[in-house]
Design a protein around this ligand. Structure first.
Ligand SMILES: O=P(O)(O)OC[C@H]1O[C@H](OP(=O)(O)OP(=O)(O)O)[C@H](O)[C@@H]1O
Ligand SMILES: O=c1cc[nH]c(=O)[nH]1
Ligand SMILES: [Mg+2]
Length: 209
Protein backbone atom coordinates (compact mmCIF):
# COMPACT_ATOMS: atom_id res chain seq x y z
CA UNK A 1 0.00 0.00 0.00
CA UNK A 2 2.56 2.55 1.10
CA UNK A 3 5.89 3.29 2.69
CA UNK A 4 5.73 5.55 5.74
CA UNK A 5 9.03 7.18 6.64
CA UNK A 6 8.78 8.48 10.20
CA UNK A 7 10.70 11.72 10.37
CA UNK A 8 9.90 12.50 13.99
CA UNK A 9 12.93 14.18 15.62
CA UNK A 10 13.22 11.52 18.34
CA UNK A 11 13.28 8.75 15.74
CA UNK A 12 15.87 10.50 13.60
CA UNK A 13 18.04 11.39 16.60
CA UNK A 14 18.04 7.82 17.91
CA UNK A 15 18.67 6.35 14.46
CA UNK A 16 21.65 8.68 14.07
CA UNK A 17 23.09 7.34 17.34
CA UNK A 18 22.64 3.78 16.07
CA UNK A 19 24.75 4.50 12.99
CA UNK A 20 27.88 5.41 14.98
CA UNK A 21 30.92 3.24 14.50
CA UNK A 22 31.84 1.31 17.63
CA UNK A 23 28.45 1.65 19.35
CA UNK A 24 28.15 -0.75 22.30
CA UNK A 25 25.83 -3.74 22.28
CA UNK A 26 23.95 -2.18 25.19
CA UNK A 27 23.34 1.13 23.42
CA UNK A 28 22.43 -0.48 20.10
CA UNK A 29 19.97 -2.83 21.79
CA UNK A 30 18.38 -0.03 23.83
CA UNK A 31 18.01 2.21 20.79
CA UNK A 32 16.57 -0.57 18.61
CA UNK A 33 13.93 -1.09 21.26
CA UNK A 34 13.21 2.64 21.66
CA UNK A 35 12.88 3.27 17.92
CA UNK A 36 10.69 0.16 17.82
CA UNK A 37 8.36 1.83 20.32
CA UNK A 38 8.19 5.07 18.34
CA UNK A 39 7.55 3.32 15.02
CA UNK A 40 4.82 1.23 16.66
CA UNK A 41 3.12 4.41 17.82
CA UNK A 42 2.93 5.50 14.17
CA UNK A 43 2.01 2.09 12.77
CA UNK A 44 -0.97 1.80 15.13
CA UNK A 45 -2.34 5.26 14.36
CA UNK A 46 -5.35 3.97 12.46
CA UNK A 47 -6.46 1.20 14.81
CA UNK A 48 -10.22 1.34 15.01
CA UNK A 49 -11.84 2.79 18.14
CA UNK A 50 -15.25 2.05 19.60
CA UNK A 51 -17.33 3.82 22.23
CA UNK A 52 -17.87 2.21 25.60
CA UNK A 53 -19.49 3.28 28.82
CA UNK A 54 -17.65 3.16 32.13
CA UNK A 55 -18.35 4.28 35.68
CA UNK A 56 -16.44 7.53 35.97
CA UNK A 57 -14.58 8.66 39.08
CA UNK A 58 -17.41 11.04 39.99
CA UNK A 59 -19.88 8.18 40.19
CA UNK A 60 -21.72 8.93 36.96
CA UNK A 61 -21.46 7.01 33.70
CA UNK A 62 -18.92 8.23 31.21
CA UNK A 63 -18.52 7.49 27.51
CA UNK A 64 -14.91 6.72 26.55
CA UNK A 65 -13.15 5.21 23.58
CA UNK A 66 -11.45 1.86 23.47
CA UNK A 67 -9.51 0.00 20.77
CA UNK A 68 -11.91 -2.24 18.88
CA UNK A 69 -11.09 -5.93 18.84
CA UNK A 70 -7.60 -5.57 20.35
CA UNK A 71 -6.41 -8.63 18.47
CA UNK A 72 -2.81 -8.08 17.52
CA UNK A 73 0.13 -10.39 17.04
CA UNK A 74 3.67 -9.11 16.87
CA UNK A 75 5.87 -11.14 14.53
CA UNK A 76 9.60 -10.76 15.23
CA UNK A 77 11.88 -12.24 12.56
CA UNK A 78 14.72 -14.06 14.35
CA UNK A 79 17.18 -13.12 15.43
CA UNK A 80 17.41 -9.37 15.00
CA UNK A 81 13.67 -8.75 15.24
CA UNK A 82 13.87 -9.74 18.92
CA UNK A 83 15.85 -6.55 19.50
CA UNK A 84 12.71 -4.52 18.79
CA UNK A 85 10.25 -6.77 20.58
CA UNK A 86 10.42 -5.26 24.06
CA UNK A 87 9.94 -1.75 22.65
CA UNK A 88 6.95 -2.79 20.58
CA UNK A 89 5.35 -4.72 23.46
CA UNK A 90 5.84 -1.66 25.65
CA UNK A 91 2.93 -0.04 23.78
CA UNK A 92 0.84 -3.15 23.20
CA UNK A 93 1.62 -5.38 26.19
CA UNK A 94 -1.34 -7.70 25.62
CA UNK A 95 -0.31 -8.61 22.07
CA UNK A 96 0.44 -12.25 21.28
CA UNK A 97 3.81 -13.06 19.75
CA UNK A 98 4.33 -15.20 16.63
CA UNK A 99 7.97 -16.05 16.02
CA UNK A 100 9.49 -16.63 12.60
CA UNK A 101 13.10 -17.78 12.16
CA UNK A 102 14.93 -16.95 8.94
CA UNK A 103 18.60 -16.63 8.23
CA UNK A 104 19.99 -15.08 5.10
CA UNK A 105 22.49 -17.28 3.28
CA UNK A 106 25.51 -15.00 3.04
CA UNK A 107 26.49 -16.28 -0.43
CA UNK A 108 23.14 -16.40 -2.22
CA UNK A 109 21.35 -13.81 0.03
CA UNK A 110 18.35 -16.16 -0.04
CA UNK A 111 16.42 -16.50 3.25
CA UNK A 112 16.62 -19.94 4.87
CA UNK A 113 13.62 -20.68 7.13
CA UNK A 114 14.34 -22.54 10.38
CA UNK A 115 11.48 -21.76 12.77
CA UNK A 116 7.78 -20.93 12.69
CA UNK A 117 5.50 -20.71 15.70
CA UNK A 118 2.42 -18.65 14.95
CA UNK A 119 -0.30 -17.93 17.49
CA UNK A 120 -3.74 -19.49 17.18
CA UNK A 121 -6.43 -17.61 15.27
CA UNK A 122 -3.73 -15.58 13.59
CA UNK A 123 -6.10 -15.03 10.66
CA UNK A 124 -8.29 -12.89 12.97
CA UNK A 125 -5.45 -10.67 14.07
CA UNK A 126 -3.53 -7.67 12.84
CA UNK A 127 0.08 -8.85 12.38
CA UNK A 128 2.91 -6.40 13.06
CA UNK A 129 6.06 -7.84 11.53
CA UNK A 130 9.25 -6.46 13.09
CA UNK A 131 12.83 -6.65 11.86
CA UNK A 132 15.48 -3.92 12.04
CA UNK A 133 16.61 -4.41 8.43
CA UNK A 134 14.79 -4.68 5.10
CA UNK A 135 17.68 -5.27 2.69
CA UNK A 136 17.01 -7.36 -0.45
CA UNK A 137 13.50 -8.01 0.89
CA UNK A 138 13.93 -11.79 0.73
CA UNK A 139 13.37 -12.41 4.46
CA UNK A 140 10.38 -10.10 4.63
CA UNK A 141 8.71 -11.58 1.54
CA UNK A 142 9.19 -15.12 2.92
CA UNK A 143 7.59 -13.99 6.22
CA UNK A 144 4.67 -12.31 4.50
CA UNK A 145 4.17 -15.45 2.35
CA UNK A 146 4.12 -17.52 5.56
CA UNK A 147 1.60 -15.23 7.27
CA UNK A 148 -0.71 -15.09 4.28
CA UNK A 149 -0.55 -18.88 3.95
CA UNK A 150 -1.77 -18.98 7.56
CA UNK A 151 -4.72 -16.78 6.56
CA UNK A 152 -3.54 -13.32 7.67
CA UNK A 153 -5.16 -10.49 5.78
CA UNK A 154 -4.13 -7.52 7.92
CA UNK A 155 -0.36 -7.08 8.06
CA UNK A 156 1.93 -4.13 8.74
CA UNK A 157 5.70 -4.14 8.57
CA UNK A 158 7.93 -2.17 10.95
CA UNK A 159 11.65 -1.90 10.12
CA UNK A 160 14.30 0.48 11.40
CA UNK A 161 16.06 0.89 8.05
CA UNK A 162 15.05 -0.15 4.55
CA UNK A 163 16.86 -0.28 1.21
CA UNK A 164 15.02 1.02 -1.87
CA UNK A 165 15.65 -2.34 -3.56
CA UNK A 166 14.00 -4.24 -0.71
CA UNK A 167 11.00 -1.93 -0.57
CA UNK A 168 10.42 -2.27 -4.30
CA UNK A 169 10.66 -6.06 -4.22
CA UNK A 170 8.46 -6.39 -1.13
CA UNK A 171 5.73 -4.12 -2.46
CA UNK A 172 5.84 -5.87 -5.85
CA UNK A 173 5.25 -9.22 -4.13
CA UNK A 174 2.83 -7.86 -1.50
CA UNK A 175 1.25 -4.60 -2.71
CA UNK A 176 -1.33 -4.62 0.09
CA UNK A 177 1.24 -4.12 2.87
CA UNK A 178 2.12 -0.91 4.71
CA UNK A 179 5.79 -0.46 5.64
CA UNK A 180 6.81 1.82 8.53
CA UNK A 181 10.47 2.76 8.74
CA UNK A 182 12.79 5.36 10.24
CA UNK A 183 14.76 5.61 6.99
CA UNK A 184 14.94 4.57 3.38
CA UNK A 185 18.69 4.44 2.88
CA UNK A 186 20.73 4.81 -0.27
CA UNK A 187 21.45 1.37 -1.70
CA UNK A 188 22.64 -2.19 -1.09
CA UNK A 189 26.33 -2.97 -1.38
CA UNK A 190 27.74 -5.99 -3.24
CA UNK A 191 27.27 -8.14 -0.13
CA UNK A 192 23.62 -7.17 0.25
CA UNK A 193 24.21 -4.80 3.19
CA UNK A 194 22.32 -1.54 3.41
CA UNK A 195 24.39 1.61 2.82
CA UNK A 196 24.79 3.59 5.00
CA UNK A 197 22.65 1.22 7.09
CA UNK A 198 23.47 -0.04 10.54
CA UNK A 199 25.85 -2.90 9.76
CA UNK A 200 24.82 -6.38 10.86
CA UNK A 201 21.89 -5.66 13.18
CA UNK A 202 21.65 -9.21 14.54
CA UNK A 203 25.32 -9.27 15.49
CA UNK A 204 25.07 -5.83 17.08
CA UNK A 205 21.99 -6.71 19.13
CA UNK A 206 23.34 -10.05 20.33
CA UNK A 207 26.99 -9.02 20.61
CA UNK A 208 28.14 -11.81 18.32
CA UNK A 209 30.83 -9.71 16.67
O1 LIG B 1 16.17 -8.29 3.29
P1 LIG B 1 17.15 -9.41 3.40
O2 LIG B 1 18.18 -9.37 2.31
O3 LIG B 1 16.49 -10.74 3.52
O4 LIG B 1 18.00 -9.14 4.71
C1 LIG B 1 17.43 -8.74 5.92
C2 LIG B 1 17.53 -9.83 6.94
O5 LIG B 1 18.90 -10.04 7.30
C3 LIG B 1 19.07 -9.90 8.70
O6 LIG B 1 18.91 -11.09 9.37
P2 LIG B 1 20.01 -12.27 9.26
O7 LIG B 1 19.68 -13.18 8.15
O8 LIG B 1 21.36 -11.66 9.26
O9 LIG B 1 19.76 -13.09 10.57
P3 LIG B 1 20.04 -12.69 12.08
O10 LIG B 1 18.94 -11.77 12.46
O11 LIG B 1 19.99 -13.98 12.79
O12 LIG B 1 21.38 -12.03 12.18
C4 LIG B 1 17.96 -8.94 9.07
O13 LIG B 1 17.66 -8.93 10.42
C5 LIG B 1 16.82 -9.39 8.19
O14 LIG B 1 16.07 -10.46 8.74
O1 LIG C 1 22.47 -4.22 6.11
C1 LIG C 1 22.05 -5.32 6.51
C2 LIG C 1 21.49 -6.26 5.64
C3 LIG C 1 21.05 -7.43 6.16
N1 LIG C 1 21.16 -7.68 7.48
C4 LIG C 1 21.70 -6.76 8.33
O2 LIG C 1 21.80 -7.01 9.53
N2 LIG C 1 22.15 -5.60 7.81
MG1 LIG D 1 22.49 -10.88 10.87
Amino acid sequence: MAVHVINHPLVQHKLGLMREHGISTKSFRELASEVGTLLTYEATQNLELEDKTIDGWQGSELSVQSIKGKKITVVPILRAGLGMLEGVMHLIPAAKVSVVGLERNEETLEPVPYFEKLVGNIDERLSLVIDPMLATGGSMIATLDMLKKAGCTQIKVIVLVAAPEGIEKTLAAHPDIDIYTASVDNHLNEKGYIVPGLGDAGDKIFGTV
